[in-house]
Design a protein around this ligand. Structure first.
Ligand SMILES: *[C@@H]1O[C@H](CO)[C@@H](O)[C@H](O)[C@H]1NC(C)=O
Ligand SMILES: *[C@@H]1O[C@H](CO)[C@@H](O)[C@H](O)[C@H]1NC(C)=O
Length: 382
């Protein structure tokens, strides 16, 4: 630790109230870092510091950045939550502006961290070095402000289109306000009419995917552009950074190879069961399973137990009646779930969760009703 490093004064002085030993003259700073930056920039001369001083400076700059990023992040997440639970144009604009502020904050802190590029390797603590690494990928905030606004707008338009899409009922049914959570998802689980299911699957895609299509190409273009500003070839490379594993793709490919034999068997089993119900014109003997008959709009789970259950005569436990008898409410479901997690020694939900969460859809306004959990960036409200 005794060895001294030559460090550009400009970098160290950008941290607050740091006492530096500058060629024997000690000077103490207590003004804001911005004042110091302007004051010190003209010097741009190297000074000699030891590792401890460097570590201290690194920690201070991280603390400062942490706090301002945290506040901006909380505001961006909070306004975005407020918008999604009350979809109005005003709320959308407020959320957008908070996100823009957060982005510009990230840009500023990225600039400060860039100054440390050459010094990172001298930082002795892995933890501090890792935080610098994390702050040195700017993400989409690297876009020029016009592009960034377009990017955020396109995202919020796509999300709103996707989340508020409705379809008409099957075969001339007049109702055209069927929504994914309230009507279509239950239909996917319960209907065994392949044409009705196909109608739901297709029209919902027409009203989401097709309408999003043009926005999506803009999104891809801007996301790749942002990645290039960060020094990556494309957005995939950038998105893989948070996993902190250089061979992440290979690891996933290996995991898939391990699961594949079991998956193939399950797939063949499900296909033969579905063929018995829907016939060979809908479910072919070889090849993929049709997505619309799997009980889930995204075929992400195969929610057709009556068809797939291997031993259908085995009694099943259905707790619905008992739950009705015990007067379960949506909130009670969350309380029971919390008891379960507490019994595994996990942490209690914060009081803000109980106070602010939306457990039931209000019927006085449109919202995004898809279940989601949020990180409000304040280290207690998730
Ligand atoms: C910055 O915040 C993160 C997340 O809350 C925390 O793990 C880290 O220790 C903080 N860094 C500093 C230097 O305080
Ligand atoms: C929804 O947001 C609007 C502002 O756009 C506000 O006037 C209204 O009170 C909000 N509704 C609720 C129930 O919070």
């Amino acid at each position: 630790m005794g060895k001294s490093l030559a460090v550009n004064q400009h970098i160290l002085s950008s941290t607050l109230s740091l006492r530096l030993n500058r060629r024997g003259n000690s000077f103490s700073q207590s003004r804001s870092s911005r004042d110091l930056m302007t004051e010190v920039t003209p010097y741009k001369r190297d000074i000699s510091v030891n590792h401890t001083t460097l570590a201290l400076a690194a920690e201070r700059i991280l603390n400062e950045e942490n706090e301002s990023l945290r506040q901006a992040c909380t505001r961006a997440v909070y306004t975005s939550w407020y918008y999604q639970t009350n979809l109005t144009e005003i709320n959308r604009r407020i959320a957008l502006s908070a996100q823009m502020q957060y982005s510009s904050m990230k840009q500023q802190s990225w600039h400060k961290v860039q100054l440390w590029q050459g010094l990172k390797n001298y930082l002795l603590s892995d933890e501090i070095r890792r935080q610098f690494e994390a702050l040195s990928v700017l993400g989409t905030s690297a876009l020029p402000v016009g592009d960034l606004t377009d990017y955020k707008n396109v995202l919020s338009i796509m999300s709103e289109t996707y989340n508020t899409a409705t379809i008409c009922g099957y075969q001339g049914a007049r109702k055209c306000d069927l929504s994914i959570d309230r009507d279509i998802s239950p239909l996917m689980v319960n209907s065994r009419d392949a044409s009705e299911l196909s109608h739901a699957w297709k029209t919902w895609r027409d009203n989401t995917g097709k309408k999003i299509r043009n926005h999506f190409s803009i999104f891809v273009e801007l996301a790749n552009k942002a990645a290039r500003y960060n020094g990556f070839r494309n957005v995939v490379e950038m998105d893989l950074v948070p996993y902190e594993r250089p061979d992440f793709r290979q690891e996933i490919a290996n995991a898939w190879e391990q699961i594949k034999p079991l998956y193939l068997q399950l797939h063949a089993y499900a296909r033969s069961k579905l063929r018995k119900v829907y016939g060979s014109s809908i479910v072919r003997e070889r090849g993929p399973l049709p997505a619309h008959i799997l009980g889930n709009m995204w075929a992400q789970k195969w929610d057709v137990n009556d068809i797939l259950m291997p031993y259908p005569w085995k009694p099943q436990i259905d707790v619905t009646n008992e739950m009705v008898k015990q007067r379960f409410t949506p909130k009670k479901l969350f309380e029971v779930a919390e008891d379960f997690f507490l019994s595994m020694n996990m942490t209690r939900m914060p009081h803000t969760f109980w106070r602010h969460s939306m457990f039931e859809a209000p019927n006085d306004r449109p919202i995004i009703c898809h279940a989601s959990s949020w990180d409000f960036c304040n280290s207690y409200d998730y």
